[in-house]
Design a protein around this ligand. Sequence first.
Ligand SMILES: [Zn+2]
Ligand SMILES: [Zn+2]
Length: 321
Amino acid sequence: MKILHDVHNHNIFSNCCNDNSASTDAFVAREVELGNKIFGLSNHIWDESVKGASYWYSKQTITKAEEAKAYLAKAPASLKCLFGAESEYFHCHDRLGMSVEGAKRFDYMLIPHSHQHMRNQVLWDLPEIQEMRAKIAADVAAALPYLAEDTVKVMANALGEAHLKKYVEQKTDLGKYMADAAVKSFYDLCANETFIKICATVPTSIAHPFAFCGIPNEIKNSFLINIPDEVLYDCFTKAKAIGAYCEINCAAVTEHGMDLEANQLIRVFKNAKKAGCQFTFGTDSHSVKSLEIIRVGDTVADTLGLTKADIAEYLQDGVEE
Ligand SMILES: [Zn+2]
Ligand SMILES: [Zn+2]
């Protein structure tokens, strides 16, 4: 199967894009060259009507992202352009970065559950880090009794995990910790009322499911192996029930290695397929150059034996059997 759509990518509207040439025009031109039929731009977006954005998200609003729409409208007729978003799910607070009303301003939505590098938003600190932070807060409060409680809290919370690590012995098995949290966040996302409503309102994919962010590529498979097939199958059964699609993220596949026998994400997708989930494809490209990795999608689709019926309806014209 040839994948002729890419609905997950970031250009200059996302703060993490470092390619200054990644304008919307440049993305559209490259998509035409690549022969794609459907292109969806999906920058990182936190709906400004939803409280609780992190500082990083607070500058990436719907209103800002909508500036790209004028450029998408200029694309040649051979390329169908969609306006999408990769929003967020802060599992620690069961908070979605998009409201139902906000989602209506898009053609489709991508919601990740695995941005686990966002500590205390998507993933709580490791228990030993939490203990050390609490100890520092208690020691500061005891040494400086004139400080207000919230001041002490701000001081203790300002210390990042990377900094606190040198004071603790890591006892937690990080692979197991992240895998367990990913399962829980997937279930909780599928039970989140706003998410359920968004899925019923616009085509919505769970972005890069079970692809843990913030760890080296070399260890990703060894972390993911902690999640058994039955659990993955049950997770995707829940996703299917609310009409959420499973994203096949080409960058994440590549990060897990192109030996697809060893690639644990393929096992994730096999379980999603078994559960009857439909798929969407994206490169998660942050540059013009990497839009070409959509070809990885062809290999994954063939490995999984996907047919047109396995693709989300709104993208079925964007594949060739
Ligand atoms: Zn993401
Ligand atoms: Zn992304």
